[in-house]
Design a protein around this ligand. Structure first.
Ligand code: AR6
Length: 191
């Protein structure tokens, strides 16, 4: 029930923008861009990355290959982001970013995770986009503890929206009810 969901705290206002927390599949989102939790090769993989390339079709991979051949011959560094078209996806664009692999939290992981969110948001704005959907970057194959990662994700987005009024909506698409609850708890404390 939509009203109930809202009352249960899935929607948050920051300046003129909304942050929404939803359970679902990021590849189904109709936002201007969806964010891919990619790796440095930009050549695809499992999890979100696999799902985006499977559903989006070969055009996205071709653009990624072009990026590798031109701007990023050694791969996209952790924390950086690039944008491609959305291929066959509902979203017109995919922003590919690389989150950090969790190695205990003392190798710059918090800063790099914040950079991944921040550079994705900047790229959305510089491309004139209004709405963007994020998965929970780094909390799958890269093993970043989701309680910690959710706080960084929400703090980074909130602080960005407080300074920058060009985005209308940021959606966090969580894959499981459990992950959604963790983000909701963090959002209630942070936003
Ligand atoms: N929609 C939303 N969330 C999803 C989906 C989906 N379709 N599929 C998985 N998740 P991961 P990472 C959740 O592993 O940790 C890839 O192989 C998942 O449950 O996709 O940044 C890349 O190529 C988890 O909570 O990304 C890299 O090599 C979250 O999305 C590496 O994994 C992120 O999980 C990146 O690892």
């Amino acid at each position: 029930m939509i009203v109930g969901e809202k009352m249960a705290g899935n929607e948050f206002q920051v300046s003129k923008a909304k942050i929404l927390l939803a359970k679902g599949d990021i590849t189904e989102q109709g936002t201007d861009a969806i964010v891919n939790a990619a790796n440095s090769t930009l050549m695809g993989g499992g999890g979100v990355d696999g799902a985006i390339h499977r559903k989006g079709g070969p055009k996205i991979l071709e653009e990624c290959k072009r990026m590798r051949a031109t701007e990023w011959p050694d791969g996209l560094p952790t924390g950086r982001a690039i944008i491609t078209s959305g291929g066959n996806l509902k979203a017109k664009h995919v922003i590919h970013t690389v989150g950090p692999v969790w190695r205990g939290g003392i190798h710059g992981e918090p800063e790099l995770l914040a950079e991944a969110y921040l550079n994705s948001l900047r790229l959305a704005v510089s491309n004139g986009l209004k709405t963007i959907a994020f998965p929970s970057i780094s909390t799958g194959a890269y093993r970043y503890p989701i309680e910690k990662a959710s706080r960084i994700a929400l703090t980074t987005v909130k602080e960005f929206l407080e300074k920058e009024d060009k985005l209308d909506k940021v959606v966090f698409v969580l894959f499981t009810r459990h992950d959604l609850e963790i983000y909701k708890k963090a959002a209630k404390e942070i936003i």
